[in-house]
Design a protein around this ligand. Sequence first.
Ligand code: HEC
Length: 109
Amino acid sequence: MYFHLILYSTILGMMSFMAAAQQGVEVYEKACHTCHAAGVNGAPKKGDRISWRKRLEKKSMPVFIEHVQKGFKAMPPQGRCFDCSAQDIQAAIEWMMQDDKLFKKANQA
Ligand code: HEC
């Protein structure tokens, strides 16, 4: 019985992880990649840990989310994802960082 409980919660945990990751990919593919794949106008590139780490020296996840929602320098409001919630934006940012350690750091501050 106890074993089943553990198994069940592990599967649930995996499912929620997969759902979050997929959502990040989706948001990235439909909106963010136009600028964040090639680094248009200095946009931090997907998987470019060094530029993300630099931004994390001064900012954290809530600031990132606000900057995406309101627009920031050359980035348009919502990063052009108009049906994106704050959670969707966060998932896309996590996807772009491609690094659990950076994502944890972003959420610590
Ligand atoms: C039209 C181009 C464009 C699109 C689309 C875009 N971005 Fe950006 N983004 C930028 C640029 C340019 C910067 C760098 C701004 C600067 O620091 O000068 C940036 C910076 C950021 C930053 C760092 C902000 C900070 O405070 O340092 C985050 C986080 C981000 N983008 C997330 C996203 C997400 C998530 C999406 C998709 C929902 C997205 N962007 C879509 C151009 C874009």
